[in-house]
Ligand binder design. Structure first.
Ligand code: CMC
Length: 428
């Protein structure tokens, strides 16, 4: 019977070691026993960007990048996008099971009744310049919330943790919408408890003089589907940031502000904004081949293409493409779609992209939909942060409950100078 172990011979010393293999992994700390002598620190692995290192065990999201599979708590993303709502999916992600009717009604009520912000938060937002990027405002206001809820630092108290989680899920759309209204100099619109989660968000974004805001049900549903698709994505850059910051036992508002900052970057949640800029820059279908050539020569990237984990079509991109058709029936066709379709067509036939397994990712079409819904480009990363909040918080709570976890603190391989004496100014 084959053993679940790895035999290693260290050719420096001739010694052999048996290392246990569990769930397809070895423990990096098991390598520390491999030393050349008593002074040696022990063998480490070198893995910048965590290309082949599992930082945690997790029961939340399953992702198979080669087969294009994404599941939350075992449920395929396609079925959730078809049948669920964002709030129900958020419950599933957080608690691990789909809610029954009563649980869903209670959850809905709780989230709806935490949507208001302290009035001082509004004044804090007014201090930003008129052209402040809404993501910069979002990150700052989320961090500031830790000062409004100082009890959030009691992260060991499960009830308290859950209260902060509900507050955050409920308040992020309000922060997002307020920052958008600020950028336009429009009065803010308070939450409307009669509306659904996406309906209320659209209300806070777009309501003007009307007594009651009524969003188009197709657009409201499309936004909800986009929220479902973005709710979690296992150990991505921002989730890793959430876990790393949270591992210092800071409150969830501060940790989530850090996660949102990681999301802001153009290689992560800022990519949908970058896709739109790229499509505008290309300008027309006729310019697509020349743009592809530039990318192949290393001049820029095809934004919205490629993924660290998906080496097949991103399943979220497939669903989004369908959602786009439904949205365009209401809004009219976004002319950028033709450029995007042409880019996709050429890239999927081109050996550069095929050999590197570069396929459209979630961000390739989401920006075009958001734009058709009159959601401005600068809001795109914020629109990603709203639903990802439940993912970040669930991963944070899982990390806190995991006895294997400690403060995140990688090792390094030092490559700087040996010890040397300080030189007085005259001798340098
Ligand atoms: N356009 C052109 N070439 C690319 C692209 C791209 N979008 N992505 C990767 N490559 C090339 C890259 O130049 C490299 O080529 P070579 O082997 O010749 O040096 C090869 O493909 C492998 O790339 P990599 O940078 O080692 O791959 P990675 O796993 O580190 O990067 C990525 C993943 C998502 C950062 C990258 O594909 C990228 O920059 N894509 C564009 C930005 C984007 O759309 N990001 C959104 C990601 S999905 C939403 C989310 O979850 O955040």
């Amino acid at each position: 019977m084959p053993a679940d172990t790895l035999s290693i011979t260290d050719n420096r010393t001739g010694k052999s070691y048996e290392i246990p293999i569990s769930q397809g992994a070895i423990k990096a700390t098991d390598l520390r026993q491999i030393r050349t002598d008593a002074e040696d620190f022990g063998l480490m692995t070198y893995d910048p960007a965590f290309m082949n290192t599992a930082s945690t065990r997790s029961a939340i999201t399953y992702l198979d990048g080669d087969r294009g599979i994404l599941r939350y708590r075992g449920y395929p993303i396609e079925q959730l996008a078809e049948n669920s709502t964002y709030l129900e999916t958020a419950y599933l992600i957080l608690f691990g099971e789909l809610p029954n009717a009563q649980q869903l009604a209670d959850w809905d009520f709780e989230i709806t009744h935490h949507t208001f912000l302290h009035e001082n938060t509004k004044r804090l937002m007014e201090a930003f310049r008129y052209d402040a990027h809404p993501m910069g405002m979002f990150i700052s206001v989320v961090a500031a919330l830790s000062t409004f809820y100082p009890e959030a630092s009691q992260i060991g108290d499960a009830d308290n943790r859950l209260l902060q989680i509900k507050r955050l899920i409920a308040k992020v759309p309000t922060i997002a919408a307020f920052s958008y209204r600020h950028s336009l100099g429009r009065p803010i619109v308070y939450p409307d408890n009669d509306l659904s989660f996406p309906g209320n968000f659209l209300n806070m974004m777009f309501r003007m003089a009307e007594a009651k805001y009524q969003s188009n049900p197709v657009l409201e549903r499309a936004l909800d589907v986009l929220f479902i698709l973005h709710a979690d994505h296992e150990q991505n850059c921002s989730t890793n940031a959430m876990r790393a910051i949270g591992s210092s036992q800071v409150d969830p508002y501060s940790a989530l502000a850090g996660a949102a900052a990681a999301l802001y970057g153009p290689l992560h949640g800022g990519a949908n904004e970058a896709v739109l800029r790229m499509l505008h820059q290309i300008g027309s279908k006729a310019n697509v081949p020349a743009f592809i050539d530039k990318v192949k020569q290393g001049d820029g990237r095809l934004m919205g293409f490629g993924h660290r984990v998906y080496k097949n079509y991103d399943p979220r991109a497939k669903i989004i493409k369908r959602t786009a058709d439904e949205v365009f029936e209401i809004t009219g066709r976004n002319p950028l779609l033709d450029i995007a379709l042409e880019l996709e067509r050429i890239a999927l036939e081109d050996d550069y992209f095929v050999s590197r397994k570069l396929y459209p990712n979630v961000d390739f079409y989401s920006g075009i939909i958001y734009q058709a819904m009159k959601l401005p480009t600068s809001m795109f990363p914020v629109l990603f942060a709203i639903p990802r909040t439940v993912g970040w918080l669930t991963q944070w709570a899982e990390m806190l409950a995991d006895p294997d976890q400690k403060i995140a603190r990688p090792r390094q391989i030092y490559t700087g100078p040996e010890a040397r004496d300080y030189l007085p100014m005259g001798k340098r």
